[in-house]
Each structure stands twice: as C-alpha cells, then as structure tokens.
Write a protein that binds this ligand. Structure first.
Ligand SMILES: *Cc1c(COP(=O)(O)O)cnc(C)c1O
Length: 416
C-alpha cells in the first residue's frame, strides 16, 4: 500500500473516493477499531498532542484498581510495581527505540527528564574537559526545551548557542557541524520537530556532534511511535520522549528516558531520590544509586498512568514499527495531496520528502486560529500553532484515510 500505487489526481471527488480504496488496502485498518470512540468525534487530527485511549484501557484500569491496588495494597510495591518503570521502559525500548534492555526507564515528565539528562551530560563532559561552556539548542525549539537550557546555562555560568533552522525544517548534519565545536558540552535537538515534523538524520547529527567531543540529548516526543528509532545502532547518547502522544498513555502519562549503556558508570541523577536508590527500603544513610538507568527515577513513579500506556505498547508490539511507519507515510502523503487540492491558499510547512517527515503536517494559512476554534466545536480536531499554523497529526494505528479526508475537507471549508 505505498502512496506511489495510488492514482494521482487533484480532483476532489476522486481524492474522496480514494479514501475507501486506501482503507480497504490498509493492513493496519483493523486497529482503528481498537480505540475508545469519542462522543462527538468527526475527525481526530491531533493524535500527536494527545493520543486516543486504547479500547482495552477501561478494563485494564478497573483490573489494576481491584486486583493490584485494592488486592495487594502496600505489598504491591515489592511484588509488582518497583520493577515496572524498567520493565515498561524495556518494552518501549524494544518496540520503538531500537534499544537493548537496561537502557530505558519510565519516570517523570519529559520536561523533568530533559533537565536530568542535560545536567548529567554537563557534569560528565565538563569533568573530562572543564573548558567546554556551550549548550546548543534551536532558537525555535519546543518551549520547555529552551527554558531548561536557559535555566541550566544561567545556573552553571554557561553560554547558550542558539541555532537558526528554517521553520519548515529542523536540525541537519551540516548545521550541527557548523555549531558543534571545542566549546560544546551538549546539544538538545528534536528527533521529529514539533512544528514542521522534520525528521532529523539522527545518526549523522549524533556522529557529527560526538566528533566535536560533545554529546546529544534527543527529544523524541514527536518521534516515538511515529518513526522507527534505532538508538543503539545510531550511537545515541541520551534520549527522552512523551508517552501521551503517539504512545497513547493518557494525560499526564510519565515520559521514558534512554541512556546508552556506555554512559551508565558516570550517570548522576541531579534529583537523587529513594526510589532510584540501590536499596529503596533499606532507609540507609547516604545515597547509593541503583545501577544504570534505574537511578534516574527520583520519587514514587506514577504506576496508575503506566497501565494505559502499557495497553498501547501492546498494540505497537503487535503491529510493529515498520508497518506503522509505512502507514504513516501513506497517511501524510494523502493528507498533503488533499491540502494541495482543497486548500491551495495554504503553505505546506512540512517536508514533502517522506523520508524527512514524521507523522504530522503543519500548514500555514492566515485564517488558522479562527478556523481551528470553529472546527473543535464541531468535532474536527486539528491544532493551532502560533503564528498561523494548523497542525494535522495522523496517528497511524487510530487514524483512517476516510477520517483524514473528512477532516481536511472540513478544514478547507473552515479556512475559506
Ligand atoms: C510535547 C512535548 C514536550 C512536553 O513535555 P511535558 O513535560 O510532557 O509537558 C516536550 N518536548 C517536546 C518536543 C514536545 O513535543
């Protein structure tokens, strides 16, 4: 079901008819029925901001409350829950990240984990080379990422090296080579850019920054579950990502964090807590960290939120990232054709080359803000991104081609 097999046409009626053909040929089509339907939902185009709940989640939550929480009470920590952040981390690592076990753990929010990783990287790199004093980040990076970089720079007397990348693209190996040098400590980049959906050449960018003696923290909030990641093969140092976007863990679901095994010996959590300690219930004096990535846990992890997340990980394990990626490319290619045909006054601010594109598109149009507000009221749900972007997120397991067609047709009406 590659996009190239579909008949090319800019005719709206033929484009509309093609949705049924694409859905019928989609090997993952049955998965769209595995999600709780929304009451007024016409087209959900924001799975990149908050994934829909998997249909098995209500029963899984009910079973957790009865059997584990009520059933085991405090015994649950010893019997079930203490190992869950690492066990679920390993499953995400295997299914989505190309990460061998022992390098991924589910812990705090993405924001908090970015802080922990950058702080750990600063300590490590400066221990070897105290003269390094620069943190690298894109000038239009996601706000939380920029805020943390600025805070750490201010607190540790470092300089922020702001990088300008085009708004419809993101970090490239060439740009990384320009900005990484003998002063660089660590660069924080997005695997898939939150606005443009630019999928960076993560292996090559990592190589270029490491060649300058520095490290990279990859924020994979829009990449995990949408594009296949190969952290071990790419030599990634550190990565972090949301689990409520394409991992459908629900509002407030805890993020995951990856640290390559070669950095474990020197890894230091800047927020040491008892549940990241070697022996949490020994209540000993002095902090002795758990081995490896487990030490990045600080306080009590949100076990309840992990229940919903695990249900989506099960679906991803069954479908497999290669098939998910193939459908994502077909969905976004079809969506771009629809935008070109139905909204000629819009600019597609997302790579047209599918190899450089994640699973969402941003189109820019002067009427975006008003149109999105009107669409939300009618159950068509994209999102607005300042100053004039409409972001259309296509979550491969929950989105049908018919839904994309309905949504973009409604968007065309609302924008006109
Ligand atoms: C969504 C998103 C976040 C969100 O961080 P939280 O701590 O979960 O609120 C961070 N970074 C990027 C790039 C994102 O897209």
């Amino acid at each position: 079901m590659s996009d190239a097999d579909a008949p090319r046409t800019a005719n709206p009626a033929e484009l509309r008819a093609r949705a049924a053909v694409l859905d019928a040929a989609d090997p993952l089509d049955a998965y769209t029925a595995h999600f709780v339907p929304g009451d007024d939902l016409v087209a959900y185009l924001d799975g990149n901001s908050l994934g829909r709940p998997v249909a098995s989640v209500p029963a899984a939550l009910d079973a957790f409350v009865r059997a584990e929480w009520a059933g085991r009470l405090i015994r649950g920590w010893d019997e079930l829950w203490l190992t869950r952040p690492r066990a679920l981390g390993d499953r995400i690592g295997a299914a989505c990240l190309g990460a061998a076990s022992g390098q991924t753990v589910v812990a705090d929010s993405t924001t908090v984990l970015i802080f922990k990783l950058l702080r750990a990287a600063i300590a490590d790199v400066r221990a070897a080379d105290p003269a390094r004093d620069e943190l690298v980040v894109l000038a239009d990076e996601f706000p939380t990422d920029r805020y943390i970089v600025e805070r750490l720079a201010a607190d540790h007397d470092l300089t922020v090296r702001w990088v300008d990348a085009p708004l419809d693209a993101g970090i490239t190996p060439e740009l990384a080579a320009e900005v990484a040098g003998p002063r660089t400590i660590v660069a924080l980049f997005s695997g898939v850019a939150y606005r443009s959906a630019w999928w960076a050449d993560m292996a090559e960018v990592t190589r270029v920054v490491q060649a300058a003696g520095a490290r990279v923290v990859w924020d994979c909030s829009h990449a995990v579950g949408s594009v296949p990641l190969e952290f071990d093969a790419w030599g990634v140092d550190y990565a972090v990502g949301c689990s409520y976007k394409y991992l459908n863990g629900g509002p407030g679901a805890p993020a995951w964090v990856y640290v390559a095994e070669r950095h474990h010996a020197s890894l230091r959590n800047p927020i040491p807590g008892w549940l990241g300690a070697a022996a949490p219930f020994s209540m000993t004096e002095g902090y002795s960290p758990a081995p490896g990535v487990g030490s990045l846990v600080s306080g009590t992890p949100p076990i309840l939120n992990m229940v919903a997340l695990a249900e989506m990980v099960t679906l991803i394990e069954a479908a497999g990232m290669p098939a998910i990626r193939e459908k994502s490319i077909a969905l976004t290619s079809y969506a771009i054709e629809l935008v070109d045909a139905l909204i000629p006054s819009a600019t597609v601010s997302t790579p047209r080359d599918p190899a450089r594109r994640g699973s969402h598109l941003t189109i820019d149009h002067p009427n975006s803000a008003v149109a999105v507000q009107r669409l939300w009221a009618g159950g068509v749900i994209p999102d607005f991104r300042h100053p004039s972007g409409v972001r259309i997120g296509l979550s491969p397991l929950s989105t049908s081609f018919a839904e994309v067609e309905r949504g973009i047709r409604a968007l065309a009406d609302a924008l006109s």
